[in-house]
Write a protein that binds this ligand. Structure first.
Ligand code: 5GP
Length: 342
């Protein structure tokens, strides 16, 4: 639908390696035919569903395909251009720095390569402002998390404002949030913004209770926040009191089976509360979607008008980790486009 593509949009929850399109996967497969990887192993197509565990297997396959600096550069540039083509004006990409002794890749080079891709897109005049969140994969434990925070701190100081924050992601059934508190607290004290995956599965209430006291600057998914935490203040109240925006990814949650169907998505609950909600893709490659498609799906599922959807996309500007001057520029862009698009 043309309207949703033309609608200027903000994407705040996009994992780099989950966002790789099938066109880019083709190029990667051609580079590494010996891996014998097929498309069916890197994407979950329409009508298909997987358990969350199976989704995490998909990322492992993609990581095999993306294991050199050259791959990362190509993947990041393609992903940025695809978001720009879809009408995204501001993008916060996130990715977990990986090292690979086989290819000589280090975590520092990994981040530098992504930042290089962002710089090249800017030089090529791609019409999108891109920032980066360094991701902690909870699977790798507390020590690596602290190491990741130090790396992010270095880049926050040297990247000209491109590295703005930290993400906590990875298999939610592995590890406990308390182990990451020292690293997250340090990051926050150092000025990194925190975008944390919270309550993605139902067993995470204790962890969310703890991490919400930081508090985070944004929450990814928050699917099970609505479940009462017990005798203390409910998780929902904590989120509302601190007005922490939610990053909501409809197709990802339905295909990953943490939400039974589109119409049961928690978007509606939070939207009706008037709470800041940002529609995002999560992994546009793996889940075969785009941000314009997610906006369209939200509109058709919950019967929301174009005016309402415009409002949602504009309000997302306030939820970015960009400095005030950038937010003002984005507001300007939205104001200029409004009479033409809406
Ligand atoms: P990368 O960090 O390698 O660029 O992107 C893939 C990684 O993002 C995955 O290995 C996983 O750690 C994280 N990720 C992607 N999608 C999800 C999701 O829906 N939930 C969680 N918790 N983590 C995710």
């Amino acid at each position: 639908n043309d309207f949703y593509r033309q609608l200027p949009k903000v994407e705040l929850h996009a994992h780099l390696n989950g966002s790789v399109s099938s066109e880019t996967i083709d190029k990667l497969i051609a580079r590494k035919p010996h891996l014998n990887i097929q498309h069916s192993m890197t994407a979950i197509r329409s009508g298909q569903r997987r358990t969350l565990e199976e989704c995490f297997q998909v990322f492992k396959v993609i990581h095999q395909l993306v294991d050199t600096e050259e791959d990362i550069l190509m993947v990041a540039k393609d992903v940025i251009k695809e978001f720009a083509d879809d009408g995204v004006k501001y993008l916060e990409l996130r990715s977990t720095p990986r090292e690979d002794p086989k290819t000589g890749m280090t975590k520092r080079r990994y981040v530098e390569t992504v930042l290089g891709a962002i710089r090249q897109c800017k030089e090529e005049g791609v019409d999108i402002d891109v920032r980066f969140l360094v991701a902690i994969d909870r699977r790798n434990g507390a020590e690596v998390a602290m190491e990741t925070v130090r790396l992010a701190e270095d880049f926050m100081l040297s990247s000209d404002g491109v590295v703005v924050g930290l993400d906590l992601s990875g298999d939610p059934t592995v590890g406990h949030g308390r182990d990451f508190l020292p690293a997250l607290q340090r990051a926050k004290n150092g000025g990194l913004k925190l975008a944390l995956h919270l309550s993605e599965v139902s067993s995470q209430a204790d962890e969310s209770e703890l991490l919400l006291d930081l508090p985070p600057d944004r929450i990814g998914h928050g699917t099970f926040l609505r479940t009462e935490a017990g005798d203390t203040e409910s998780l929902v109240e904590k989120v509302r009191r601190n007005n922490v925006p939610l990053e909501l990814c409809l197709t990802s949650n339905v295909k990953g089976q943490t939400v039974p169907s589109y119409d049961k998505h928690h978007f509606l609950y939070w939207y009706k509360l008037g709470h800041p909600c940002v529609i995002c893709t999560d992994d546009k490659g793996v889940f075969c979607t785009s941000l314009s498609q997610e906006y369209q799906l939200a509109a058709s599922t919950f019967d929301l008008s174009r005016e309402v959807m415009w409002d949602l996309s504009q309000k997302a500007i306030g939820c970015t980790f960009a400095p005030l001057s950038v937010k003002e520029q984005l507001e300007q862009t939205w104001a200029e486009l409004k009479p033409r698009v809406l």
